[in-house]
Write a protein that binds this ligand. Structure first.
Ligand SMILES: Cc1cc2nc3c(=O)[nH]c(=O)nc-3n(C[C@H](O)[C@H](O)[C@H](O)COP(=O)(O)OP(=O)(O)OC[C@H]3O[C@@H](n4cnc5c(N)ncnc54)[C@H](O)[C@@H]3O)c2cc1C
Length: 418
């Protein structure tokens, strides 16, 4: 007969959001089981650009100019592409995203978002230390590099505003200073902005694995199972089928990244989400030709030296789950990177693909999903989930255990979509 796991909380999804929530709930004294369909982290938390973005005080808004919208829909922009076949089902969430991206509403969202981002490195620090993951981390920031002076000047104005409003620290590099800092660049550029506060991770999947090991060492349980089997128990609580038998908890946390709304919809809560796919590939020969990770700002990709080579990650490819992968952005990123570096051949024949879980109002979904039923949400971290996971994990644990939340949780309430 199979055993029955009986922790007090089931955390569904072992990406950065789920693992961070599990660690904070455990620290608050709860008995926690982490459940994922994969035994190793392979979702967005595995394949991202690896930047703990302490400078990202403003969430990623939708480009609002009509010319921008036309070009991204028809041809696929560098930064954003929209799969036309997905448009009918995503039109509603995209319209809401457009509405929330108006400057005044975006500024309001940023005021909340900045409070989470401001906690990012502070919340990662003790987890990095306790999990022995220091060798994966660099605390030297990253750069945005610019091909044209006009684009550099515009971003310098934006960086100055972030410095003024949020205390974000930057340093401007001239063309000569950038060439000296990155001797691997094979052509001159207009210059760069060095964002000084962020940390970078040489292998984000290994960081999540180290955090998961820490959770296990501290007495947590991991089981492989399909979260979509989640069912309410007759009296109270939740049960989910795992390879080790049924897991039963008084409460459950939905941390399935972009797949979270599918599970919540089965339990009556419909939350709109915009799935923004991204792709990566590694170029081993180029790993030592770049010092700090950089964003090629006018081409919309990130190049980051990682353990498997220089990782190129793409911008957003908006498409429904199951839509055929589209590699146009990765091909363009690779061509743009070859224009700057001796890239060499890619390590993988096929690109990795993962999905950023983006909300129309650009704020994550943290809190009680079905009040009184013990079903909680921790997803929707969009473009900055690696950054935000430990901070939102703390907020969720504070809400679940009746602690004092470190920031006003109202903007993140799942019920805001009702
Ligand atoms: C190309 C790219 C670059 C990015 N760069 C950065 C960056 O530099 N910095 C940054 O902060 N963020 C970045 N992000 C965003 C960040 O990666 C995501 O916001 C974050 O990883 C989301 O974490 P998550 O735990 O919510 O989701 P995921 O990491 O996707 O984890 C979800 C988990 O749920 C599991 N799951 C799904 N369905 C089921 C099921 N039915 N049953 C059981 N388990 C299930 C999956 O296996 C997975 O382990 C990037 C994203 C992409 C795609």
């Amino acid at each position: 007969m199979q055993q029955v796991l009986r922790p007090s909380v089931l955390v569904l999804g072992a990406g950065i959001a789920g693992v961070s929530a599990a660690l904070h709930l455990q620290q608050a004294g709860l008995d926690v089981a982490l459940i994922d369909r994969d035994t190793a982290c392979r979702g967005a938390s595995f394949g991202n650009a690896g930047i703990i973005q302490a400078e990202a005080m403003e969430p990623y808004a939708m480009p609002r100019g009509l010319s921008v919208l036309g070009s991204l829909t028809l041809f696929g922009g560098y930064e954003v592409r929209l799969a036309l076949a997905s448009l009918p089902r995503l039109a509603g969430p995209l319209l809401r995203y457009w509405w929330h991206s108006a400057p005044v509403r975006h500024a309001a969202a940023s005021r909340h978002y900045a409070k989470l981002v401001a906690r990012a490195t502070q919340e990662h620090a003790p987890l990095i230390e306790a999990s022995g993951a220091d060798a994966l981390i660099r605390r030297d920031g990253f750069r945005s590099v610019f091909r044209s002076q006009a684009a550099l000047d515009a971003e310098l104005r934006y960086a100055a505003a972030l410095g003024r409003d949020f205390g974000v620290a930057t340093r401007a590099l001239t063309a000569a200073e950038l060439a000296a800092a990155e001797p691997g660049l094979t052509r001159p550029l207009a210059g760069a902005i060095h964002w000084l506060d962020p940390w970078t991770v040489r292998d984000p999947g290994a960081l999540v694995a180290a955090y998961t090991d820490l959770f296990l060492k501290r007495g947590g349980t991991f089981a492989r199972g399909d979260a979509l089997t989640l069912a309410g128990r007759a009296r109270a609580g939740w049960t989910v089928a795992t390879d080790d038998g049924a897991a039963e908890g008084e409460a459950a946390v939905v941390a399935l990244g972009a797949l979270s709304p599918s599970l919540l919809a089965r339990h009556g809560l419909h939350i709109p989400l915009i799935p923004k796919r991204g792709y990566h590939r590694h170029y081993p020969e180029a790993a030592n030709r770049v010092d700090l990770p950089f964003l090629d700002a006018e081409r919309g990709y990130v190049a980051a030296p990682m353990t498997r080579g220089l990782r190129l990650t793409t911008g957003a490819d908006i498409a429904l789950p199951g839509a055929r992968p589209c590699h146009i952005q990765l091909r363009r990123a690779e061509a743009a990177a070859r224009d700057l570096l001796d890239l060499g051949p890619p390590e993988e024949a096929a690109a990795w693909q993962g999905t950023r879980p983006c909300m129309p109002d650009m704020l994550p979904v943290i809190g009680d999903a079905l009040p009184g039923r013990g079903l909680w949400a921790c997803f929707g971290h969009g473009h900055q989930g690696l950054t935000l996971g430990p901070a939102t994990g703390r907020l969720l644990a504070e809400l679940m255990t009746g602690g004092d939340p470190f920031t006003d949780p109202a903007p993140y309430a799942p019920q805001r979509f009702r």
